[in-house]
Design a protein around this ligand. Sequence first.
Ligand SMILES: Nc1ncnc2c1ncn2[C@@H]1O[C@H](COP(=O)(O)OP(=O)(O)O)[C@@H](O)[C@H]1O
Ligand SMILES: [Mg+2]
Length: 217
Amino acid sequence: MIHTRGVKKSFGSLQVLKGIDLNIAKSEIVAIVGPSGAGKTTLLQIIGTLDMPNSGMLVINDTDTSRLKDKELAAFRNRNIGFVFQFHQLLPEFTALENVMIPALIGKEKPQVAEKKAKDILDFLKLSDRMEHKPAELSGGEKQRVAVARALINDPAVILADEPSGSLDTKNKEELHALFFELRDKMKQTFVIVTHDEQLAQHTDRIIHMKDGVIIE
Ligand SMILES: Nc1ncnc2c1ncn2[C@@H]1O[C@H](COP(=O)(O)OP(=O)(O)O)[C@@H](O)[C@H]1O
Ligand SMILES: [Mg+2]
């Protein structure tokens, strides 16, 4: 479902990705691990179409992303890719419900439909009673679950997560990881997760080891 071929990326004279070939299937949970500076975040940003490779190809759901113009790419990203970052990146002035609705509204969903969808997802994530709260009034674990709800709202082809449990305590970390597997089992959700967490990595379908801009093994 996701294919990269020969993806290279440099920042100035620093070559950060040196030719990445990757195939990820639907409902697979893949962990990307490796030392700091290996290029994991850069690769995730490129898979997420937030950054462009200097060369190579990225195909998501049979779409060659290099063929899309800026506006088409933004719409494609909104429709197909959900993001979960280490720090939730929820908008502070908006409630949990509003934060979750935003990607659907950007995707031109009717407000009533977006609200219904957001409520259903928040309900599924056991956040119904936190819906009207703003991020500052939520715990770290709740904020990350709201971020997952926001990632899910457009029923994306893949959720990309960069150190999603990196700022959580053990209990919340385990709950968040369990949620990823539940979403895969119940909704066939595909995940690509950059993580330092050994326990999480061991439970995924596949671990991709990166070092110095290449996949090793
Ligand atoms: N926008 C950027 N401009 C310049 N250098 C960058 C940029 N983004 C990342 N880098 C450099 O690329 C290398 C890989 O970074 P990154 O992909 O964040 O690695 P990781 O996530 O594995 O720690 C690092 O040396 C980092 O400093
Ligand atoms: Mg990183």
